[in-house]
Design a protein around this ligand. Sequence first.
Ligand code: B12
Length: 449
Amino acid sequence: MRKRVLIVNPWIYDFAAYDYWLKPMGLLYLASLLRKNGIEVLFLDCLDPAFFDGNPRRPSRKPGGHGHFIKEPIDLPACLTSVNRPYHRYGVPPALVREKLAHLPPCDLILTGTTMTYWYPGLWELIKLLRELFPSTPIVMGGIYATLCPDHARKSGADFVLPGPVENNLSFIVKDALGMPLIYAPDLFSLDDLPYPAYDLLVDPDQVPILTSRGCPFHCPYCASRLLYPGFTRRNPDLVIDEIEWWVENLNLRNFSFYDDAFLLEADSFAVPFFREIIKRELHINLHFPNGLHVRAINSQTALLMRQAGVMTLRLGLETEDEVKQRTWGGKVFKEEFEAAVSYLKEAGYEGREIGVYILCGVPNQAPEEVLSSLQYVKKLGVRPILAEYSPIPGTLFWSEALKTSRFPLSEEPLFHNNSLLPGWSSLEKAEDVFRRIKSLAKKDIENI
Ligand code: B12
C-alpha cells in the first residue's frame, strides 16, 4: 500500500521575525525526495495562513515577495523573563492548526524541523500537539537546529532526530521508518542530482528560493556554514536557470530569492554565465539576495550583469570597517575592495539606498564604538548600513570566546543564542543601551540617504 507522510513547518517563537524571502526550502526538498520514492506527501505551513480554514487574516505583502507574519504576544520563556521586551508566536493561531491537523487523513510518519537554534520552542510546541493528536505516528526531526544542537533536539519529544542534509538520511526515512524500498537516492556529491523542491505544495507563493550551492570556502569565525556543509559544491548554472524557468512557467512566478553563502565567489565560473543566460533567455524576473554577497567579486562586469539580469535586492557582507578585524574575521573583504564594489554598483545604476551593507554587532570583545564607526563609514559612502546582530553558534570558532564574554550561560540553553539579545556582550545594560543607540543611528542613516 502507498505510504503517506505529513511534513509540517512550525511556528517561530521570537522577539522579532519578518518574512524576509523566507520559505521552508529544506522541508520542501525533503518532500520532493520522498515523492520520488513513491510516497504521498501532505504539507502544512504554520507560518502561512493560506493553509488554514477559518479565514485568518493574511498580512499584506510587499512587492517582490516579503512581508509580515501574523503574530500573537506570548509569555517569555522562564530563562528570558529578565529581558524587558515583548515576545511573540509568529504564525497561525494554534487552535486553527489543531483543527486542520485533526481533519487530515491518517499518515505513516510525520516530519518537521526548524532553522534557527533559538526557534526551537515553536517546534517543540508543535511536536507536543502532534504527539497528542497522533500518539502512535512516529515523528522525525531534522534541519539546522537539529544539526547544530542534536543533543538538545533529542529532548524535544521527537522519535528520531536526524542531523545533516536530508539526502544523508533518506535511506533511514524510506526504508527503516516507512518500510519501503529506496527507489531513488540522489548522488550525494552532486547538487544537480537533486529534484526541485516541492514548491507546488505552497499555496499561492509570491516568490520561491533557489539553491545554487552549498557551503562556503571561507572560514569566518562567527559563521556555521562549514558545520552545515564542510565543502563547497555548486550546481550547473544552466540547470539552475532551467529550474527558474520551470517555476516561471508552472507557478507563474517572477520573484526568486537566493540563500547561498558564497554566490558571487569565482564569478567567472558561475555568476557571470548565470546572469548572462538569464539575460539571454529574456526571463524578465526579479532576483533577491537577502544573504550577504561576496564583495570582492563585484567588478564592473559583475555589477552590470547583476543589474541587467534583474537583481533587485542586494546585501553586501562587510561586517566591519576595522582593517585588523577584516583579516581575523575570515579575510573575505578589505576596505578598498568594498569601496571599489560600491562604485561599480553605482556605475551600474544602483542607488545608494538599494545597496544594503551588513555590519556585525555584538561579537565577543567587539567595542560598541567599532560598530558605530562601521555604520558611519558605510553611511559616508552613501549606501545603506544594516545591523546584523551576532548569534553565537555552537561549534564555530567564536563559540568559546562567546562562552567567556556572554552574560548568559550559552551552553545550557539555545534560547540564549538569539541575536536580539546581543548575547556575545557581557553586560545587559551596556548591550541594551548600545543596541538602542545603534538602532536609532542606523534608522537615521537610512533616512538620510
Ligand atoms: C536563508 C538564511 C536566512 C534567511 C531565512 C532563513 C529561513 N529560511 O528560515 C534570513 C535572511 C531571513 C536569515 C536571517 C538570519 N539568519 Co540565517 N541563514 C540562512 C541560511 C543562509 C540558509 C538556510 C536555508 O534555508 N538553507 C537552504 C535549505 C535547503 O537548507 P536547510 O534548511 O538546512 O535544509 C537542509 C537540511 O537542514 C535538511 N533538513 C531540513 N529540514 C529537515 C527536516 C527533516 C525531517 C530532515 C530529515 C532533514 C531536514 O535537509 C535540507 C537539505 O539538505 C543559513 C546558513 C546555511 N548555509 O544554511 C543561515 C543561518 C541559519 N542563519 C543564521 C543567522 C545567524 C541569522 C541571523 C541571526 C543573522 C543576523 N545576524 O541578522 C538572522 C536571524 C533572523 C531572525 N529573525 O532571527 C545562522 C544560524 C543562527 C542560529 N543560532 O541558529 C546560520 C546557520 C548562518 C550562520 N551565519 O552561521 N537567515
